[in-house]
Design a protein around this ligand. Structure first.
Ligand SMILES: Cc1cc2nc3c(=O)[nH]c(=O)nc-3n(C[C@H](O)[C@H](O)[C@H](O)COP(=O)(O)OP(=O)(O)OC[C@H]3O[C@@H](n4cnc5c(N)ncnc54)[C@H](O)[C@@H]3O)c2cc1C
Length: 312
């Protein structure tokens, strides 16, 4: 890094870099070792400045869809949690990468705008939601998206892409390979009576009470994606995985597609249980489930082996 770059970084983010920082408490799994450098941009210009200056990094949002390595990560992580700016203008919503879905669901409901009711029940950020094309209850984030402002890590330029250019499908988008970073997004919602929106939100929350663990029980949502025309939860349940209980992790009693951290779990514990679940479905149904949660960080040799079974 040249002197100009070093100066720029020091000027912009001197107060919000954490070094050798243990990330586990920032993840919903409460798992993860030390990160060499963790950046917390607070404005769009700080965010783009960091993206321009650093060569290697991973951008994360609420860390609610990831399994972070207990061995940590010997590199840069940029967390968008402080990028909280949003605006509602008539039926348009503008949101920065770090805005939390449940907050936006509530604020748009108060403004009489429908389309974000599904986001009430899970803690994703707008950047993570768009990357994963997050969805629930028959709605998903790409439904009402009109435009994204992205940072192209290859050209280091800021570009705009509309929904059709973002290659959305089930839990997939153009952002998934890491080339494009979401800076902010624009949505067009529909006007609806506030009480109808609120009652849908309440119904969604009620529905989730029994089928997903709360964040007090550390987890990262569904472990595996649904195979075409089937449900990973159903297959896992039929394969008997609800009885799988290791010393620090177990399959959740109420839903077979959730792994919970019973306390002090490591990334290897989770990967081990994931492989057991994967094998159970494979041997009974010859279906190879694909993980929905993403592994981030440096792997041990054992983790590399487990990862190869699940993610290859
Ligand atoms: C209790 C619980 C319930 C859940 N229920 C659901 C559900 O019903 N439906 C559902 O779809 N998901 C669900 N999830 C999973 C998760 O909340 C979503 O996948 C969410 O979209 C992840 O957002 P995040 O900000 O946490 O992303 P992270 O976990 O931080 O990151 C996920 C991916 O997004 C990328 N990313 C993050 N920010 C950006 C950015 N600005 N630009 C480019 N890439 C970025 C990361 O690099 C990573 O590849 C649930 C999770 C939990 C814990």
């Amino acid at each position: 890094m040249g002197w100009r770059l070093a100066l720029a970084i020091n000027e912009v983010i001197s107060l919000i870099i954490k070094e050798d920082f243990e990330i586990k408490n920032l993840t919903t799994y409460k798992i993860g070792g030390k990160v060499k450098k963790l950046y917390f941009p607070e404005t769009q210009s700080e965010f783009t400045e960091i993206l321009k200056e650093l060569d290697n990094y991973i951008v994360l949002g609420s860390c609610s869809n990831i399994l972070f390595s207990s061995n940590g990560y010997n590199g840069n992580i940029i967390l968008t949690t402080e990028l909280k700016q949003f605006e509602i203008r008539e039926t348009k919503v503008f949101a920065a990468a770090g805005v939390k879905g449940p907050l936006l669901a509530q604020k748009t409901a108060e403004a009489g705008l429908s389309g974000f009711e599904f986001m009430i029940g899970f803690p994703g950020s707008i950047g993570g939601d768009i990357c994963m094309n997050a969805g629930a209850h028959g709605q998903c984030i790409s439904d009402n998206l009109t435009q994204c402002c992205l940072f192209d890590t290859k050209t280091k330029e800021i570009i705009y892409r509309n929904k059709e250019e973002l290659d959305f499908s089930y839990r997939h988008s153009l952002l998934k390979d890491g080339r494009y970073i979401l800076l902010h997004a624009e949505f067009e919602l529909k006007k609806a009576p506030q009480e109808d929106i609120q009652s849908l939100i309440d119904r969604n929350l009620e529905f989730r009470k029994n089928i997903q663990p709360s964040l007090k029980t550390p987890n990262a949502g569904s472990v595996f994606k649904n195979p075409e025309n089937d449900s990973a939860g159903r297959l896992l349940d039929k394969a008997g995985v609800k009885t799988y209980d290791l010393p620090r992790v177990k399959v959740w009693d109420n839903h077979a597609n959730f792994i919970i951290n019973k306390g002090g779990a490591t990334s290897e514990d989770v990967l081990t249980l994931m492989v057991m679940m994967y094998n159970a479905v494979k041997s009974q149904y010859t279906i190879e489930l694909k993980p929905e949660i993403l592994f981030i960080g440096d792997k041990t040799e054992k983790e590399e082996e487990l990862w190869n079974i699940l993610y290859r």
